[in-house]
Design a protein around this ligand. Structure first.
Ligand code: NDP
Length: 336
């Protein structure tokens, strides 16, 4: 029987579990906020499910629970952040204001983050930029779990990217957020936990052969979505993250990883653009016209609409947490 809890309780549980593990107040708040946003938007694979992994990375000594990110004003349009082996949410929260200011001042700005332990979904990272009127991209790499198209050995992380577009009229921004892998690793882990198979094309077993067994894929390699096209996007994400930031590529991150079940030392980058400086004030009406046509087109929907519907629902109803996970989290929070 799953436990039913409010979002406030979710945030408190996450904060307490992290604090109990020795995570600093600022880091625990930032990670708890990220986890709660994932749960609020119905993203179970990046919500409370990830909390034991964050704690494991502290216990193994991989992540620094007291890390204070270093923010460098690298150029008029550039922010360079070194997370100093801390969790990504605090590094992002600390750097994002400077990124937005520079994008408003210059019309465009870029921020890189290296040495950051990222275990999260990406839309919460850029939704605030779009709420501030900016078009935004973000890219993240992780330790290598995925073979390039045609390969059988892990080289790339599952390498998600997200894109956000502001909307007028008080509407929530349109944000899509997707892995370069055919299936996000968290989803494969949940399928393995729940005894389900995964679709063909998700990955290869350690023998290099295609399989639909999630446990075999977790021991083998994942595959990119869409063959060589997804593989090129994963390659771009490596270059935009480990490359641009001077941090780790996926395979370097894997070599650094302590096999503790937690996040890896990866990298991230952001690009933020002020659309008004290019398209003028007509930008908002123009994009709405495109969205209206899309929505009038058969069963098409905007990316992010499922999340926003979940957000409206969980604000009223709260969330459910799988029973065994809830017991684990209570233990981590020192409540049993
Ligand atoms: P999904 O395939 O579930 O969704 C990808 C995007 O497509 C979402 O924006 C989703 O919107 C949208 N979408 C889904 N169905 C439709 C549809 N029918 N029409 C229009 N849009 C649609 O995500 P992934 O499995 O690829 O990734 C899951 C999460 O895992 C992401 O948040 C990602 O950031 C995270 N991740 C994190 C990693 C890390 O290292 N930190 C590594 C890899 C993944 P909607 O949400 O509204 O359905």
């Amino acid at each position: 029987m799953p436990a039913a809890i409010s979002l406030k309780e979710c945030r408190a549980l996450a904060f307490d579990a992290l604090s109990h593990a020795g995570v600093s107040h600022a880091n625990a708040e930032a990670v708890a906020d990220h986890i709660t946003r994932a749960e609020a938007d119905g993203c179970k694979s990046h919500g409370l499910f990830r909390l034991p992994g964050y704690v494991a990375s502290v216990n193994s000594g991989a992540a620094d629970p007291q890390a204070e990110p270093e923010i460098v004003d690298a150029a008029p349009g550039l922010v360079a952040v070194d997370a100093r082996r801390g969790f990504a949410p605090l590094a992002i929260a600390r750097g994002r204001g400077a990124l937005a200011d520079k994008a408003h001042e210059q019309g465009i700005a870029c921020m890189t983050i290296r040495n950051s332990f990222n275990f999260a979904a990406l839309w919460p990272d850029i939704e605030p930029l779009a709420e501030a009127g900016l078009v935004a991209f973000t890219f993240v790499n992780s330790q290598s779990f995925m073979a390039p198209a045609g390969g059988t050995e892990a080289l790339f992380g599952t390498n998600p990217m997200a894109f956000a577009c502001p909307r007028g009229g008080g509407r929530a921004p349109m944000v899509f957020d997707q892995a370069s892998a055919a299936m996000a690793r968290g989803e494969i882990q949940i399928a393995a936990r729940d005894g389900h198979t995964v679709p063909a094309g998700t990955g290869l077993g350690s023998d290099g052969q295609p399989t639909t067994d999630p446990a075999a894929i977790l021991a083998g390699v994942q595959l990119p979505f869409g063959g060589y096209k997804g593989s090129s996007i994963a390659l771009m994400v490596e270059l935009m993250t480990g490359g641009l930031s001077g941090g780790f590529f996926g395979y370097e991150s894997a070599a650094d990883h302590k096999r503790d079940g937690g996040p890896s030392n990866g990298a991230q980058s952001f690009i933020a653009i002020d659309p008004g400086r290019l398209a003028g004030p007509e930008f908002f009406a123009h994009v709405e016209a495109l969205f209206e046509r899309l929505l009038a087109n058969g069963e098409a929907r905007l990316p992010g609409d499922r999340r926003l519907a979940a957000r409206a629902r969980t604000a009223e109803e709260g969330i459910t947490v799988e029973d065994a996970l809830y017991t684990t989290l209570q233990g981590l929070a020192g409540r049993v």
